[in-house]
Write a protein that binds this ligand. Structure first.
Ligand SMILES: Nc1ncnc2c1ncn2[C@@H]1O[C@H](COP(=O)(O)OP(=O)(O)OP(=O)(O)O)[C@@H](O)[C@H]1O
Ligand SMILES: [Mg+2]
Length: 275
């Protein structure tokens, strides 16, 4: 009779590949396959593939003119790709509510209606009843802790207040995916900190998948769960860098060793791609 071997010293049983425990991959929300785009016959993207995870913030960072805005605009349906497929949970864009925040907030708001009416505009267009429109706007006012008078017109607001109104309007319809193209680039530092914090709170509160283009590496890393680093054109993915610092991240997070490490790594990849 053979002595029983204590379980602790037995080698682990080889598991079939399908049950090997890997960290759970976040669910894919946006699937991009075979995307190609040329301008004036010069390829920018050629057979480009990318998966965007659900409920995460992905920052797009890369050299000047590498196609950050074009990529985001193709996903958001503002630029037509030459070839390829983009699906949101297997659905096409037309069946997917999205939001978009432009860099140039001055041109993005309707100047002839108040800030409140700008935020309410997409809800009214959807045909929601007045009471529901008010409820949704009030919800956003609370989330963004708005202290200025939303009965003012865009020209009466500061740049930061205008961009805040743009972001509130983009979230009003409860989009599945929110796209932001350089939302901080025209803001001063104080307003950048405010909007960064509010975007993060909105993200935690709503779980909206967000895609942000930023030319500021600190902003790109601060908000991101993944930093998508692009190469020079013809553009490929240099790296998709995870950044898992818990949320909410305070402004001091920029001194956190993990933040410093990830920022240094992304800078290294960026430098490599520049040479
Ligand atoms: N409508 C267009 N017609 C012709 N060329 C275009 C057009 N849109 C973009 N391009 C070119 O495609 C390339 C990528 O442009 P895109 O604006 O996507 O880059 P980007 O990474 O967002 O740049 P930036 O860092 O300056 O914001 C650039 O070389 C640009 O000149
Ligand atoms: Mg751009």
């Amino acid at each position: 009779m053979s002595a029983a071997i204590p379980a602790a010293v037995l080698p682990p049983l080889p598991l079939p590949e399908s049950v090997v425990t890997l960290p759970a991959a976040p669910q894919t929300h946006v699937t991009i396959r075979g995307l190609s785009k040329s301008f004036a016959g010069v390829p920018l993207y050629s057979h480009f593939n990318l998966d965007l995870p659900r409920g995460k913030i992905v920052s797009i960072f890369g050299p000047n003119g590498c196609g950050k805005s074009t990529l985001m605009n193709m996903i958001a349906g503002l630029v037509q790709p030459d070839a390829g497929e983009i699906l949101f949970d297997g659905k096409s864009l037309k069946d997917t509510p999205i939001g978009y925040v432009f860099q140039n907030y001055r041109d993005a708001l309707f100047p002839w209606i108040t800030a409140w009416d700008n935020i309410a505009y997409p809800l009214k267009r959807q045909g929601l009843k007045a009471a529901e429109v008010k409820r949704r706007v009030d919800e956003l006012v609370a989330l963004f802790e708005i202290r200025f008078d939303l009965r003012r017109y865009p020209y009466e607001l500061s740049g930061g207040q205008m961009q805040t109104v743009c972001i509130m309007r983009s979230l009003a319809t409860r989009p599945e995916v929110l796209f932001l193209d350089e939302p901080f680039s025209a803001l001063d530092f104080e307003m950048t900190l405010f909007i960064r914090a509010k975007l993060q709170e909105a993200h935690v509160a709503t779980g909206t998948t967000m895609v942000i283009v930023s030319h500021d590496l600190e902003d790109a890393v601060f908000l991101a769960d993944r930093i998508l680093l692009l190469t020079r054109r013809p553009t490929r993915i240099a790296e998709l860098v995870p950044f898992d610092l818990p949320r909410p991240r305070q402004p001091e997070a920029v001194a956190d060793p993990e933040f410093v490490r990830v920022k240094a790594h992304t800078l290294e990849v960026f430098r490599r791609e520049m040479t």
